[in-house]
Design a protein around this ligand. Sequence first.
Ligand code: 13P
Ligand code: SF4
Length: 332
Amino acid sequence: MEQPTNLAGLDLRAEIDRLRRERNAVILAHYYQKPEIQDLADFVGDSLDLSRKAADTDADVIAFCGVRFMAETAKILSPQKTVVLPDMDAGCSLEDSCPPEQFAAFRAQHPDAIALTYINCSAEVKGLSDVIVTSSSAEKILSQIPADQPIIFGPDRNLGGYLARKTGRDLILWPGVCIVHEAFSETELLKLKAQHPGAPVAAHPECPAVILDHADYVGSTRGILDYAMAMPGDTLIVATEPHIIHQMEKALPNKTFIGAPGADGNCNCNICPYMALNTMEKLYVALRDLTPRIEIEEDLRLRAKKSLDAMLAMASGSVGLGDLGPVRVTGD
Ligand code: 13P
Ligand code: SF4
């Protein structure tokens, strides 16, 4: 999408605040958004917390500063609300790696398996899944599934591999990856660790195993933030998208947070190109014109909602898979 023009001279921050009030809108932002967007959001969070906020808000409009699958999740959970995404091209490489027809065929190859699916996927793939997970809820949800139940896990093979190693479960993995977390370099990380002896590494489970092997903590974006808040030392190496460091620096200005490097030795290649498409200008236009707007056909929404409802229930620990009724889909 083109950058909106002729907004010169506008006080974007003030205009966004005015529109937010006029439209009874809530601005939800992911930790990977640019600092100026994080700073004006009503709520900044990880995928699970953003889903919960979207399900609970009484605003009329949700302006979702994140990527498309996150805004779609908000619409699936809150269909009566208008959901806008500043740039409709804000996709995700994990979603792209998992076309619904191929995922349905994969399911059909494993008829006894249930599909535990990472939230970073399309609404169609959610509709073909039994339970959605986020990186912060995956382990808790997995622990509620009987040990002898075969499980397909997609689309992130790194998160799936991490869960399999950590829990000893035998997961059938879909071969997708996040291009951002794949870009970290083990060689450069080891050099950085040598420069900062004693500094722990906190990594997102979307990182490949060669990076996770060097991590002192592995968790979701919120988990990494919580780890930073509690760590006794004064330097942390952060192996996830570097915009999350903004929250750390705001909360702990006297500590040092260093983005883990890619092959070129710095962390700029680990900026998510999809998240970066959202700008203040586009957010202003989205609130002004209520477009680009997320629309999901009702039949698809209801199919996708089932697996998201299962996630919200299991993530809060209130039910096991057996209590959720016949959530298995055939995949054909
Ligand atoms: P979190 O659920 O940890 O916020 O992760 C979302 C994501 O897209 C990471 O790349
Ligand atoms: Fe998708 Fe990776 Fe960007 Fe997260 S960081 S939105 S997984 S491309």
